[in-house]
Design a binder for this molecule. Structure first.
Ligand code: HDD
Length: 689
């Protein structure tokens, strides 16, 4: 209501606002201070909204356009900032400034992801994990856009759209979300024997990691290092987690996705915020043409590895993730990784997958970020000087000065602008010959030998998990012909694998398919391919779920908390109610979770420490019974307090089931208990698969 003299008397709506004091003055995007963010300008108290309310229109206009297209693959991801430090200079093989001196540090940004699921999908899908690293070097951004699996499904980028169409939701039904367990994926794979090696990795526990912190990363392709003189050395990049490797079991993954769909992102966030900073060593495999020619496979073929036992890893640096993002959209969603981003001293090889990627990543940014000026976004901007004559375009934020926007030019002084310099990016002078042809070279024809090598390099437990994963995935395939084609391909990998999967599916074992090249059965086992052989050397960085009730023994609880702090583990208190419990000494213990919201799948090990009254109550609670049962069936260590037996029995377990992996707990045992948790699982527990 505006009186005749033009002064405002306030809005009627203000009467219905809760006053909230403090904070900066709120404005529109044009900087105009506003006095009401709750009520649209109306004509009359109950009248229509007025078009002239620019603040309302601007607010809704902006909201309507908040979303950008999610990534066509790797849509679900989580990022963090970090620092990369060179620990061993590589000046002998590369001119990259970054690698000239041990001790050099550069800022880093890392985004981990799943591949198939949409942005809002769950974290523990069985899937490949993206491991994309941006290093902001003094010579520009180097993006190493890798995965947690060192090989890829296809040998040529031209097949990528087909692969991705096949694995994503089926186009007619729009499901399944975030999983490869459906007809289209296995149909495609069954016709692409080159995918077999990667599906072995994908069906292994590598595809259900416990945490981003406990995964390896791989650059996959063979790259080149180059000296200033143009001398080339082949290089493969590996990220090795200092935390050790760890995965979950499939039944656990399925339940985690329901209990905490954000399991992986929460884990990374909590670790960094609590100061338990995850670290990876960067290791390189370096080799020359002669070594490359000695391999039975082609180093340009991204479906092959070079076993670490054949070309050893040289650790050259350490990546530490030390800062969570301030804003998920501005940083993690807008970060634009491009495989083409390499710095002087690093160059590509003719790997046909890499060559195609070098087109795709730049191209996709235009679709996602909407402008060729995406490099100006803070997360993408290099942290070194940038000087070129690229001009204008949508959302240009630079204001270039002077007359020159072309080169060469005859302008003088500051007006002249930048010039290319000799000591800059060097392209490898590759001798090229041959006819232009669409062919797949003979050197790319062996699709099974390394798949077999991967399988025989696993521990028996891991082999069974691979069998179970193929069996599960193919059980979701409706067309039996597809199952048969896949199992026929597996026949070339390993007789046991094909037979066990066929048995699991209840189908006759088909003859092995005709391989394009003879399958080698003489490749040596490569122990470094197993996860279980690379487990942690303590319970550090892991989480214990401590189930307590009113009356739980205060001494044991504090002994466990102290022992956990000593090894660098976290204890989460799980109680019947979130309000916490009153311990035996009368003190209050705050709860992190209530039992109905914290199934044991969220923890690496559990301890059950009820009072005797508390145990009687828990024994009636389905959530408590599941807590014990799942921990047991997932091979986890279960610490038992003196009064815990009724809960364990209610879960259907007997004293006989409680092996040494379920030690009884007293305050004096706490340190020994954590030492006993180091292997993480009790794999020889007699649990039916
Ligand atoms: Fe890719 C994203 C990893 C093959 C095309 N890819 C993307 C991401 C990772 C990888 C980690 C997510 C980056 C982020 O967090 O933003 N991709 C790989 C690896 C491959 C691979 C390790 C094989 C060795 N990719 C590949 C091929 C093509 C693409 C062959 C196309 C020909 N990838 C893309 C893409 C994405 C992408 C469409 C989606 C979003 C983006 O790039 O920025 O361009």
């Amino acid at each position: 209501m505006v009186p005749k003299d033009g002064t405002t008397t306030g809005n009627a709506g203000e009467l219905h606002q809760h006053p909230v004091d403090g904070g900066a003055a709120m404005t529109t995007a044009q900087g105009i201070p506003i006095r009401d963010n709750q009520n649209t300008l109306r004509a009359g108290d109950r009248g229509p909204a007025m078009l002239q309310d620019f603040a309302m229109r601007e607010k809704i206009f902006h909201f309507d356009h908040e979303r950008i297209p999610e990534r066509v693959v790797h849509a679900r991801g989580y990022g963090a900032h970090g620092t990369f430090e060179v620990t061993d200079a590589l000046a002998d093989v590369t001119m990259a400034e970054l690698f000239q001196q041990a001790g050099t540090t550069v800022p880093a940004f890392v985004r981990f992801s799943t591949v198939a699921g949409s942005k809002g999908s769950f974290d523990l899908a069985r899937d490949v994990r993206g491991f994309a690293v941006k290093l902001y070097t003094s010579q520009g951004n180097w993006d190493l856009v890798g995965n947690n699996i060192p090989v890829f499904f296809i040998q040529d980028a031209i097949k990528f759209p087909d692969l991705v169409h096949a694995v994503k939701e089926e186009p007619d039904t729009g499901f399944p979300q975030a999983q490869s367990a459906h007809d289209n994926f296995w149909d495609f794979v069954s016709f692409m024997p080159e995918s077999t090696h990667m599906t072995l990795w994908q069906m292994s526990d590598r595809a259900i990691p416990r945490s981003f912190r406990f995964m390896e990363g791989f650059g996959v392709h063979t790259f080149r290092f180059l000296t200033a003189e143009g001398k080339s050395t082949f290089v493969k990049f590996h990220w090795k987690p200092k935390q050790g490797l760890q995965s979950v079991v499939w039944n656990e993954a399925v339940k985690i996705n329901g209990a905490d769909p954000d399991f992986h992102r929460r884990d990374l966030n909590e670790a960094i915020v609590s100061g338990d900073l995850p670290q990876w060593d960067l290791a390189v495999q370096l080799f020359d043409d002669e070594v490359a020619d000695s391999f039975e496979f082609d180093i340009l073929d991204p479906t092959k590895i070079i076993p670490e036992e054949v070309v050893p890893l040289r650790v050259v640096g350490t990546l530490t993730l030390d800062r969570v993002v301030d804003n998920d959209f501005a940083e993690t969603e807008q970060v634009a990784f491009c495989t083409q981003n390499v710095v002087p001293g690093i160059d590509f090889t003719n790997d046909p997958l890499l060559q195609g990627r070098n087109f795709s990543y730049l191209d996709t940014q235009l679709s996602r970020l909407g402008s060729t000026n995406f490099t100006k976004l803070p997360i993408n901007a290099p942290k070194c000087p940038v000087a070129h004559f690229q001009r204008d375009g949508h959302m240009q934020t630079d204001v270039p000065k002077g007359p020159a926007n072309y080169e060469p030019n005859g302008h003088q002084g500051a007006d002249r602008g930048p010039r290319p310099q000799q000591a800059s990016f060097l392209d490898f002078a590759a001798p090229v010959q041959g006819d232009t042809r669409r062919i797949r070279p003979e050197s790319f024809a062996d699709h099974y030998s390394q798949a077999r090598q991967f399988f025989i390099s696993q521990t028996p437990v891991e082999q069974l998990h691979i069998v179970d994963a193929y069996t599960f995935e193919l059980s979701k395939v409706k067309n039996p012909v597809i199952r048969e084609r896949v199992v026929a391909n597996l026949g070339n990998v390993h007789e046991d694998l094909a037979r066990l999967v066929a048995d699991g599916l209840g189908m006759p074992l088909p003859d092995a398919s005709e391989p394009f090249a003879p399958v080698r059965d003489d490749l040596a086992e490569s122990p470094s391919l197993s996860i279980l052989r690379k487990g942690p050397d303590s319970f550090a960085g892991r989480k214990l779920g401590l189930l307590v009730t009113d009356g739980s023994d205060a001494d044991i609880v504090s002994a466990i908390q102290d022992a956990a702090a000593k090894v660098g583990a976290t204890v989460k208190i799980v109680a019947p109610v979130i309000g916490g419990v009153k311990l035996s000494d009368g003190s209050r213990l705050a709860a992190d979770e209530m039992i109905k919201g914290a199934p044991s799948v969220l923890f690496d090990a559990v301890a059950i420490l009820p009072s005797s009254d508390g145990a009687a109550e828990l024994a009636k609670d389905p959530a408590a019974k599941d807590f014990v049962n799942d921990a047991y069936n997932h091979y986890k260590f279960i610490g038992l307090g003196a009064e815990a037996m009724p809960v364990v029995e209610a879960a259907g377990l007997t004293q006989d089931d409680l092996d040494e992996a379920c030690p009884s707990l007293s305050a004096a045992d706490a340190d020994a208990f954590f030492a006993a948790l180091t292997p993480l699982r009790k794999w020889d527990r007699p649990v039916a698969r």
